[in-house]
Design a protein around this ligand. Structure first.
Ligand SMILES: NC(=O)c1ccc[n+]([C@@H]2O[C@H](COP(=O)([O-])OP(=O)(O)OC[C@H]3O[C@@H](n4cnc5c(N)ncnc54)[C@H](O)[C@@H]3O)[C@@H](O)[C@H]2O)c1
Length: 182
């Protein structure tokens, strides 16, 4: 099969983390020129200061697919002490689907398509401290319909499809990739 992302220019922030790393690898395997950055310079020596889009344009003259990957998760139940962060996390996750639709609507006359991935629990550097808590993990896992590997590759496979021309008739859509979490 021909590479999906041949000659695509794809900036991906957060490549020092698990999911960003997996996506950069998958996009490269699919023929893309990926440009990464991370605020954690210890985990990503190629860090550039939040000017990723400018760097891509200066280097290649255009951007084909921008993957907005970088963020920190603050998962907690509402009655826990850190629920301010947990609530902000929930609001942000709701907001990004609205922002996706808005980007798609405002960008449609410029050939821009916007899609989001709502992902379920994935084993990454960010979730590792939670996953060692067996009670927490058992509680979350019983809300997930499918038993699967929960690895970053589950997400990067969908991401490479969404960044490719194969998804040319998809915009303003949110794709749930989480084993159908309740
Ligand atoms: N792991 C999960 O189960 C899960 C579930 C839902 C959503 N997510 C989302 O997936 C994305 C990737 O997370 P992950 O699980 O791979 O975590 P991770 O900690 O392995 O990677 C996140 C990386 O993003 C970097 N980062 C954070 N803010 C940044 C910024 N402003 N600029 C550049 N780099 C920045 C961090 O330094 C880190 O290296 C995040 O947006 C997270 O909220 C993860």
């Amino acid at each position: 099969m021909a590479p999906r992302l041949l000659i695509k220019i794809c900036p991906i922030p957060g490549t020092g983390g698990s999911m960003g790393d997996a996506k950069a690898l998958k996009f490269a395997q699919e023929g893309a020129k990926s440009i990464g950055c991370d605020i954690d310079t210890a985990s990503d020596a190629a860090t550039v200061e939040a000017q990723l889009a400018s760097l891509a344009i200066e280097t290649y003259g255009l951007i084909d697919a921008l993957y907005n990957n970088a963020a920190m998760a603050y998962m907690s139940w509402l009655d826990e002490a850190k629920n301010v962060y947990g609530t902000a996390h929930t609001v942000a996750k709701g907001g990004f689907t609205a922002m996706t639709r808005r980007l798609a609507m405002e960008g449609r006359n410029h050939g821009l398509r916007a899609k989001s991935i709502s992902q379920g629990l994935i084993e990454t550097l960010q979730t590792a401290p939670l996953l060692v808590d067996l009670d927490w993990t058992a509680n979350v896992m019983q809300k997930i319909m499918l038993e699967c590997s929960n690895q970053p590759a589950e997400i990067s496979a969908v991401a490479s499809f969404l960044a490719s021309d194969e998804s040319s008739y998809i915009t303003a859509a949110d794709i749930r990739v989480g084993g159908m979490a309740a």
